[in-house]
Design a protein around this ligand. Structure first.
Ligand code: GLY
Length: 369
């Protein structure tokens, strides 16, 4: 068998893999991260919304997990920014969820957490420039955003500063025998560790029989022309509309998302996708229709059948799962890192983790003896 390199080998170098690596390293554990192609990570494609309320997650263990992670965000960001000297664009700007005339309004929405219903006058006052068709909406002052690409870079630099071994190297196979992982086969040889963590997002079931599949999201960005800065500085919050969201960055970029498509790993932006995004975004916030387009891109969310992540122990004694974060990977990074590190380093299983166990799915990858 291959070389023993490390105590813990993390397969996947997206936001989840890196966040866990940093948490474990800060606790004194030796970790190695292997990632196929960093740029493919959903982390790069995301919009960076920290939006448990705007995403309308019903009261559930998932909402609790998401709210816990949103609470952890400022401290976590502070720690990463201190380690690296970089900034991540974390911005507790709040998220506004406007409602169109014909949409049904659920006044029971999110009563358990801080939210406010704004009527027509109030919402247009709160955010000038919205479509006239908007008749009111929900204001979630505690939802926030982070510049996901800046955060990704910060995580990579933090990992390097902390001397975590990171390699852009493809894991071709997880070698298993009975209830144990024996090692991983990579393009440049086999590696062994005491423990393994799978954090490979949408690609997870290429390595293990696990219920994660890609859900493509197409995105685009525009930028505020300098002559409009005065007007558009008014867009000081995320707009989360019907199948559409608009995320203004402090630097004048405006990210617009996202489609949600079951097309396997088909790459590329399509005319349909771009038309759908632009139509919805212009309807919501007409001012942006003349802004220059900056970029188109796409990514693959790691979806699961019940849209909840897969966290915790696996069918193999020495392999932990941290995947399937679907629409909420950026948000769930800090809580995932802490709970998975607690589980591995202290054998402490947060009661919430039981709700996200792999065994809730029939094809859970149990080893065949
Ligand atoms: N969290 C937004 C999305 O996945 O499109």
């Amino acid at each position: 068998m291959g070389e023993i390199l490390t105590n813990i080998l993390i397969i996947g170098g997206g936001i989840i893999g890196l966040s866990i690596a940093i948490e474990l390293k800060l606790r004194g554990v030796h970790v190695t991260v292997l990632s196929r192609e960093f740029h493919q990570a959903a982390t790069n494609a995301a919009a960076g919304m920290l939006a448990p309320q705007a995403e309308n997650i019903p009261p559930s263990p998932m909402l609790n997990l998401c709210l816990q992670s949103r609470t952890l965000y400022p401290g976590w960001i502070n720690k990463l920014e201190t380690i690296t000297g970089l900034t991540t664009g974390y911005w507790p700007c709040g998220i506004l969820s406007p409602i169109y005339e014909q949409q049904e309004v659920n006044y029971n929405q999110q009563l358990t957490v801080n939210s406010q219903w704004l009527d027509k006058d109030a919402i247009h006052q709160h955010q000038p420039g919205l479509s006239d068709e908007i008749i009111g909406g929900w204001w979630y002052p505690n939802d926030a955003q982070v510049d996901n690409r800046a955060l990704f870079q910060t995580l990579q630099i933090a990992a390097k500063k902390l001397k975590i071994d990171i390699a852009e190297e493809s894991v071709e196979e997880i070698i298993r025998s009975g209830s144990k992982v024996l090692g991983v086969k990579t393009s440049s040889g086999d590696l062994q560790a005491n423990h393994y963590i799978l954090a490979t997002g949408a690609w997870s079931n290429q390595l293990l029989p696990i219920s994660v599949y890609p859900k493509k999201g197409q995105m685009l960005s525009v930028c505020i022309p300098p002559e409009n800065i005065a007007i558009t500085q008014r867009l000081q919050m995320v707009l989360f509309g019907n199948e559409s969201y608009i995320v203004p960055r402090k630097n004048g970029q405006i990210v617009i998302g996202a489609t949600s498509e079951n097309v396997e790993f088909t790459p590329g932006n399509t005319p349909w996708g771009m038309q759908a995004l632009l139509t919805r975004a212009i309807r919501l916030y007409p001012e942006l229709q003349n802004y220059p387009i900056q970029e188109f891109w796409w990514g693959f969310r790691p979806a699961t059948p019940d849209e909840l992540p897969i966290l915790g122990s696996s069918a193999w004694d020495n392999l932990t799962l941290a995947t399937g974060h679907y629409r909420n990977g950026i948000l769930l990074a800090p809580v995932t890192a802490i709970m998975i590190a607690d589980l591995i380093e202290q054998q402490k299983s947060d009661p919430l983790l039981s709700h996200f166990h792999y065994s809730r799915f029939a094809d859970s990858g149990a080893p065949h003896h």
